[in-house]
Design a protein around this ligand. Structure first.
Ligand code: MD5
Ligand code: FE
Length: 221
């Protein structure tokens, strides 16, 4: 369903088997070569823990090496995840009958074959983790972001492009849900004000907590 122009929510997009498989990959990625950690923003460690593929993210910057963790190069962005991102866009396009566009080119669509994400931020939320309202502006490209959720349900706050406050809408994102942020929604403020502990479906591969995978195009070389 279209939550806002360019923002599409597809509940239950991943099967339980796909969720469990991705949860197993998450456990491998978390071990290294760059271990999962809370990024430090303004001297404070985030309660959300992040491990990256393709490019390493730290606030305001993408690098190939995790200079703020252990200096190791992050894992390559997997080809299967490029295909998964394209499949997500293709399904949204077929459901809404329009391509999902870039933030600054709301007229032009993006054929899914052209969508080549090169970085994934994989976030882990324990019962107490929160993510404050923010925009994702560290990417040079304004290509759409594809988001997948596994594990506990969370409250997702989807706001406007002007400020952190109202107007916003709260949506409960559950295990298996797909969200695509394109067009004018690409630069909307958003955050995770709470996680609902113990709400993960049996068989999703996570006993506790929530994992979110966001695929992005950095626009970097
Ligand atoms: C999460 N992650 O559930 C969220 C969901 C992040 C982050 O916010 O930055 O890692 S992805 C939500 C998102 C990403 C990019 C753009 C927009 C929303 N948006 O334009 O609303 O861990
Ligand atoms: Fe974000």
């Amino acid at each position: 369903r279209e939550v806002a122009p360019g923002a599409y929510w597809v509940p239950g997009w991943l099967t339980l088997e796909q969720q469990a498989w991705l949860a197993a990959r998450f456990r491998e990625w978390s071990a290294g070569p760059v271990p999962i950690r809370g990024a430090v923003v303004n001297g404070h460690e985030m309660s959300v823990k992040t491990v990256c593929l393709g490019w390493h993210w730290r606030p305001y910057q993408y690098t190939r090496e995790a200079v703020d963790v252990n200096g190791n190069r992050v894992l390559d962005f997997p080809d299967w995840m490029v295909r998964l991102g394209r499949k997500a866009l293709a399904e949204v396009r077929s459901e809404v009958g329009a391509e999902v566009g870039f933030a600054e080119e709301t007229e032009a669509g993006l054929a899914e074959a052209e969508y080549t994400p090169d970085t994934a931020l994989v976030n882990y939320y324990d019962d107490a983790a929160r993510m404050g309202m923010h925009q994702d502006r560290d990417e040079v490209s304004r290509a759409p972001v594809v988001s997948l959720s596994i594990g506990d349900t969370c409250r997702f706050r989807f706001g406007n492009t002007e400020n952190r406050g109202q107007p916003y809408q709260d949506i409960d994102l559950a295990s298996g849900d797909l969200f695509v942020f394109g067009g004018p929604s690409r630069l909307a403020y958003h955050g995770i004000p709470k996680v609902y502990p113990g709400t993960a479906p049996r068989g999703c591969g996570l006993d506790r907590g929530r994992v979110n995978i966001t695929m992005r195009v950095t626009g970097l070389a």
